[in-house]
Design a protein around this ligand. Structure first.
Ligand code: AMP
Ligand code: ZN
Length: 111
């Protein structure tokens, strides 16, 4: 997706502060953090939103879920963390490349 912000970040065309990456996902700091720790977990594969996810994406989505606790531990969120997935304009989604927010490190509630 040539005009997708997160595809450009993944390709290194737009700078970000990466905190984790593997074969399937890239994780970087949110540019406008809503908590002391606020990262975005983004699959390398361009999926516009959960509405466009398909059964073939099951393994990828499961991989993301199961990576979150490891990531939280790496980020020092030993007390717990919040995961947010905005879907569609009505769900508050602004960037149409699926991503999971991981927030923590302070007092709830976060966005
Ligand atoms: P959403 O509203 O769920 O689509 O979330 C989009 C998130 O992307 C927001 O929390 C923004 O602060 C964040 N964001 C936008 N541009 C950038 C960027 N260049 N680098 C990192 N995060 C960004
Ligand atoms: Zn994309």
């Amino acid at each position: 997706m040539s005009d997708c912000l997160f595809c450009k970040i993944i390709a290194g065309e737009i700078p970000s502060t990466q905190v984790y990456q593997d074969e399937h996902i890239v994780v970087f700091n949110d540019i406008a953090p809503k908590a002391p720790t606020h990262v975005l977990v983004v699959p390398r594969k361009h999926i516009a939103s959960l509405n466009e996810a398909e059964p073939a994406d099951s393994e990828l989505l499961s991989h993301i879920m199961l990576t979150l606790p490891k990531l939280a531990q790496q980020l020092g969120l030993n007390d717990g963390f919040r995961t947010v997935l905005n879907t569609g304009k009505g769900g508050g989604q602004e960037v149409f490349h699926i991503h999971f927010h991981v927030l923590g490190g302070g007092k709830m509630p976060f966005a």
